[in-house]
Design a protein around this ligand. Sequence first.
Ligand code: PEP
Length: 280
Amino acid sequence: DSKTPLWMRLNSGFRSKFKIQNSKFKIFKIMRKKIVAGNWKMNTTPAEGLELVKNVIAQSEAVCECVNFIVCPPFTHLSQVAEAAKGSRVAVGAQNCAAEAKGAYTGEVSAEMIAALGVKYVILGHSERREYYGETSETLNKKMAQAYANGLTPIYCVGERLEEREAERHFEVVKAQLEEVVYNLTAEQFAKLVIAYEPVWAIGTGKTATAEQAEEIHAYIRSVLAEKFGEAAENTAILYGGSCKPSNAEEIFAKANVDGGLIGGAALKAEDFIAIGKGF
Ligand code: PEP
């Protein structure tokens, strides 16, 4: 992007923010990856998915190279989309993987199969998987292990339901989702992890958390991660998800602890997805 100053472009792939650390007013720079990931869910035919990724790749040229794009199509077109994205700046992720390595698990797709396609990421613990397919922390621990064993980077989703937010239980819900799964990772595994905070009440509803609400809980998530992993938590990319669109991305991404977005509906139109990437 020619409008981006040179020093920002040189800082490619990372976010730099200044932060005042404790009472000594020591200022340090936080460098974190900026990520815009699209969760296509159960949408698009293989042909439509191929068209979509091609458009995303073509239009991504207009976005600062510092933004990392990821698209997560359904399993049926993962192979084609990964092939089309090869050598481009757009990475590919799966929306799920099996909890077991291989064998008699009809209908399941293993992390090994996914990784063999050149896919780099896998969304785990999405609220729709938790809600409709009964995924528990126990299952998710196994899926995380499979993902890491096969070199996939998990995008681990957390987030509270509407009634939990209304009862002001959102901090406790998110903390449990982190403690029960992320706390079981090694330091080496944790260093690769991407987190997505997705309040269930904002997913596909058109209701978005305010930028302040997002920042409040993202900062909290980082503090919970720091309790276990210390300073490494400063490097964890924490994405916001829930009706994120071109009109609200910039305000949300401007917050200190928001490192990008996991995008559902708006990821199905290349123009919107790319416009969200321009929100940094
Ligand atoms: C999602 O389900 O990951 C999501 C963020 O969906 P939407 O953007 O449609 O709310």
